[in-house]
Design a protein around this ligand. Sequence first.
Ligand SMILES: Cc1cc2nc3c(=O)[nH]c(=O)nc-3n(C[C@H](O)[C@H](O)[C@H](O)COP(=O)(O)O)c2cc1C
Length: 320
Amino acid sequence: MPLPAPFRSLRLPVIAAPMFIVSGPDLVIAQVRAGIVGSFPALNARPASQLDEWLHRITAATQGCDAPFAVNLIVHRTNSRLQEDLATLEKWKVPLVITSLGANTEVNAAVHGWGGLVLHDVIDNSFARKAIEKGADGLIAVAAGAGGHAGSQSPFALMQEIRAWFDGPVALSGAIACGRSILAAQAMGADFAYIGTPWIATPEANAVEPYKQAIVDGSAADIVYSNLFTGVHGNYLRPSIAAAGMDPDNLPHGDKGQMDFGSGGSLEAKAWKDIWGSGQGIGAIRAIEPVADRVAALLAQYMSAQDELLGRIGMATRVD
Ligand SMILES: Cc1cc2nc3c(=O)[nH]c(=O)nc-3n(C[C@H](O)[C@H](O)[C@H](O)COP(=O)(O)O)c2cc1C
């Protein structure tokens, strides 16, 4: 299936993933201006009235850019802001909406009503089927190793199962942090790499300096998968767990019922402020650098990975 129009002029096949607390207008504007899809969670704008100001600012600052921006809606039953945020997104005719923690037919219909597209994030094939049945236009396959709430399945398993029946837009996420991995995501059948963690280590991200530095200093071995902090399994930086006085290797289990976006996300925010979310891809991030520089580096790596791969495939053909 050909890609929908908003995706056809990207500089790189990359959607910058929304991150709680971390992604705001500065980050989104820099991402879109660099030629990739930028995004932020609606709940990052607080109070809810701030969402209107953010959308005004982002829309004005990205006028004429080739890449669109996206807003993430948490479609969880405890998100009391959902309807109000949806109305604000409609006012600004947000081109792309990323839904997570619940697929919802009414939300999808509302977005389609103003001409927007919905991508829904899923951690397995059964959630993927439900999302498309409920009217999402495309999928985000969140594989093992992704930052924040993450799945536990191999990206190969996820992509194989999803591509067996779905030929619409699919973004793949989980520890993608260099150009070669973007190309690998495409080779696995994804249209886009969905990248979160690497944007934390940028001046444009809303994160404290020690958090950014921990991304630069860390590697995959520093990531802990736990459901203690929000009730849903996610990946977090080991040093932040230790600094909060807990033993990262002996964490108790959380409870699914503890997730609560009821007060505009403020309870969730407490969990995320001190316990730093991060994917396993941080070994590839070795500096805090502006979004534009990171995108330029990813693009250069992506191009040389293409050459390298063509060489490899060519060699295999000659040997045969
Ligand atoms: C700090 C942090 C916060 C996140 N917050 C959200 C969120 O609010 N909504 C959401 O849909 N995904 C959220 N995610 C998940 C990302 O959108 C994305 O799936 C993930 O970052 C991709 O994996 P990567 O970090 O390894 O690139 C978050 C990820 C991180 C690292």
